[in-house]
Design a protein around this ligand. Structure first.
Ligand code: RFL
Length: 391
């Protein structure tokens, strides 16, 4: 065993939205913590992923004074446009359901803001430090062993460990077999996720269904747009040239009828298999799982980063109740409360997958029926808006 680190109240694994929101909350309530992150600082500051923040996420960030960048550079967004074989229609979801908009703010900018705020408040973080194993969590002195980029091995001790290190992180990996249940579902759909150096082509989120597959359009900033193209499972990210990608996007988004897309360089390509994966419970003694480590959700309804922030606030508040007020109740309820939100988001995300993809023929019939109900029923539109923006 390598060198022994000083002990702290909470060791947080991972500096994504979950880990950094939690770190900020703990620091603000005077709880000692350290964040251990496998990647380097540059990497996490530039890792482009989500961009649509739910109204609840914005409220959490505001409540804890973590919304400065968001207030300055985030843009409210409240419209989506569906393009189908039957034409196109728009939903002004800001005026439906609970009347709430999304805020468009790239995840890596949020991560950069959270990092500045955490370090500025004296928070400790170690980059290039991979958690290898978590142990002792059935008692009250859990530990984490880490390996640094230079090969150095260390052991960190804490009262609690918060695994915010994603689906393949050390938190999940360290659970003994047979404890907890993993509920997995493969939606059998894959997307090629694209980040284009091009201004948005629509003033709405665009969802297009087409016999060749789904295509999606989501603004990220004035000159960067995310697109998705449904593709075959296992396809190579480099199978298509840039012109071919734009031609395919224009075909599926029916540009001949509704206008061309604003083209630009493709900055990033990612293959995304639409999968769901929920762990139950989310507490194992003094080890807690948060964000993607707790449950992976397909990006169809843009819920992942929002669930990460929600879980981090629930855990941060519960740890504060336990450590400052000696009230173990909220910590005991963390798993059940978090799972209720996760399952609701999974349900809506699953519904959206059915709305946007349709093969074999039975699914195609269901998809069309679902789309028509959304186009014509105000009740359905209110339900959609509430779940689309909510977590
Ligand atoms: P993260 O952001 O993955 O952060 C986990 C961190 O843990 C580190 N790590 C480790 N550190 C130490 N030791 C180890 N052993 C470690 N293993 C991993 C990693 O380097 C990383 O820094 O998880 P977190 O905080 O739970 O946040 C989850 C979100 O990042 C994720 O759910 C979203 O990005 C999902 N998502 C979207 N969510 C939305 O709410 N709205 C969207 O519009 C949206 N679009 C997307 C998305 C995810 C996408 N990908 C990744 C498939 C678009 C895409 C393309």
């Amino acid at each position: 065993m390598g060198s022994e680190r000083e002990s702290t109240d909470v060791v947080i694994l991972g500096a994504g939205p979950a880990g950094l929101v939690l770190g900020n909350l703990l620091l603000r309530s005077g709880i000692d913590c350290v964040v251990l992150e496998r990647a380097g600082e540059e990497h996490i500051r530039n890792r482009a992923r989500a961009g649509f923040l739910a109204a609840h996420t914005v409220r959490v960030l505001r409540r804890h004074g973590l919304d400065e960048g968001l207030r300055k550079r985030g843009r409210e967004h409240g419209t989506c446009e569906f393009r189908t074989e039957d034409g196109r229609f728009r939903l002004d979801y800001r005026r439906l359901g609970r009347g709430e908009p999304h805020t468009v703010y790239p995840q890596h900018e949020l991560v950069a803001d959270l990092l500045v705020s955490y370090v500025g408040a004296g928070g400790r973080i170690r980059f290039d430090t991979e958690a290898v194993e978590v142990g002792g969590f059935d008692g009250d002195r859990p530990w984490v062993t880490t390996k640094a980029a230079d090969g150095g091995v260390e052991r960190w001790r804490a009262r609690y460990v918060a695994a915010c290190d994603g689906r393949h992180g050390a938190g999940r990996r360290s659970l003994p077999s047979g404890v907890g249940r993993r509920h997995r579902h493969d939606h059998k759909v894959s997307w090629l996720g694209l980040l284009a150096e091009a201004p948005p082509s629509l003033d709405a989120v665009g969802y297009a269904t087409h016999p060749r597959g789904f295509a999606g359009h989501m603004a990220r900033s004035a000159d960067v747009t995310r697109y998705y193209l449904q593709c075959t499972r296992g396809a190579s990210v480099d199978a298509w040239g840039e012109e071919q990608i734009w031609d395919e996007l224009e075909l599926r988004m029916r540009s001949a009828d509704y206008g061309p897309l604003r083209r630009g360089r493709i900055l990033q390509r990612t293959l995304v298999d639409l999968e769901s994966d929920v762990l139950d419970p989310l507490r194992y003694g003094s080890l807690f799982l948060v964000g993607d480590a707790a449950g992976l959700i397909s990006p169809t309804a843009a819920k992942g980063a929002n669930l990460a922030v929600l879980g981090a606030e629930l855990l941060g508040t519960a740890l504060s109740d336990e450590l400052h007020r000696g009230d173990p109740g909220p910590l005991a309820r963390y798993s059940a409360r978090c799972l209720a939100h996760i399952w609701r988001a999974q349900d809506f995300s699953h519904w959206m997958i059915g709305l946007l993809h349709g093969s074999p023929p039975f699914q195609e019939g269901m998809r069309r029926s679902r789309m028509r109900a959304l186009q014509t029923s105000r009740t359905q539109q209110d339900w959609f808006a509430e779940h689309y923006v909510g977590v």
